[in-house]
Design a protein around this ligand. Structure first.
Ligand code: SIN
Ligand code: MN
Length: 211
């Protein structure tokens, strides 16, 4: 697991927000995922590449409204791939952090009350999971407290702050870590950033994977 601090330039952050604005209001756009019990997650979400069905934990070809999710934006692919290449200089051997070719993503938007329970990302293809192809996570806007650990054991969880511009990469032996978002710190995004980003108060997170 590698955290690249302040890796995404302000310009690129603004571009990512712009893309998410456009795609987030389109078919299959941002909505609060939930369960048939009526329980809803504390965030809004849209998907690229494949639709993530919260209830069945399946990555589907179609959104719930029947539309096809947009591709992972081609403008972002080189940033994702380069970040993994750069992260490799922080691990002992390249085998510990395989390269990946992003074709699916979750886009989450959290307001001040947003959070995400502890879970594993394990619903990509058996090949992707077996090889430990990394999840690449972009954070933009307000800071969050991110929890992670090798088990659900609350006492053994670690935490790290994810700030605007950070990229967190977990692959190889860390591919199946349990993780979640405990807190969003309201108004923690630098004001200059907000002006430039046209992001409403909150935190945008994109997690890219290879299905
Ligand atoms: C996720 O695990 O889907 C998102 C994590 C985050 O928001 O940092
Ligand atoms: Mn996740």
């Amino acid at each position: 697991m590698v955290l690249l601090k302040n890796y995404i330039s302000l310009r690129d952050q603004a571009e990512i927000v712009r893309i998410c604005h456009i795609l987030g209001v389109g078919p299959g756009g941002l909505q609060r995922p939930g369960y048939s019990t009526g329980h809803k997650l504390q965030l809004h979400r849209t998907c690229f590449g494949r639709n993530w069905n919260q209830e069945t934990k399946c990555q589907e070809r179609y959104n719930r409204d029947g539309s096809i999710p947009p591709l992972v934006p081609p403008e972002l692919v080189s940033l994702i791939v380069t970040s993994v290449q750069d992260a490799r200089s922080h691990v002992n051997s390249h085998d510990e952090l395989p390269l990946m070719s992003p074709d699916t993503a979750l886009v989450n938007f959290y307001t001040a009350t947003g959070r995400l329970g502890l879970h594993q990302d394990r619903d990509e293809s058996p090949y992707s999971i077996r090889r430990g192809l990394p999840v690449v996570s972009f954070s933009i806007g307000d800071t969050s407290e991110f929890l992670f650990g090798h088990s659900r054991d609350e006492d053994k969880l670690k935490n790290v702050l994810l700030e605007s511009g950070d990229i967190l990469i977990f692959g190889g032996r860390s591919r199946l870590i349990f993780h979640g978002v405990r807190t969003i710190f309201p108004n923690s995004a630098p004001p200059s950033l907000l002006q430039k980003l046209k992001l409403k108060p909150g935190r945008l997170n994109l997690t890219f994977r290879q299905f």
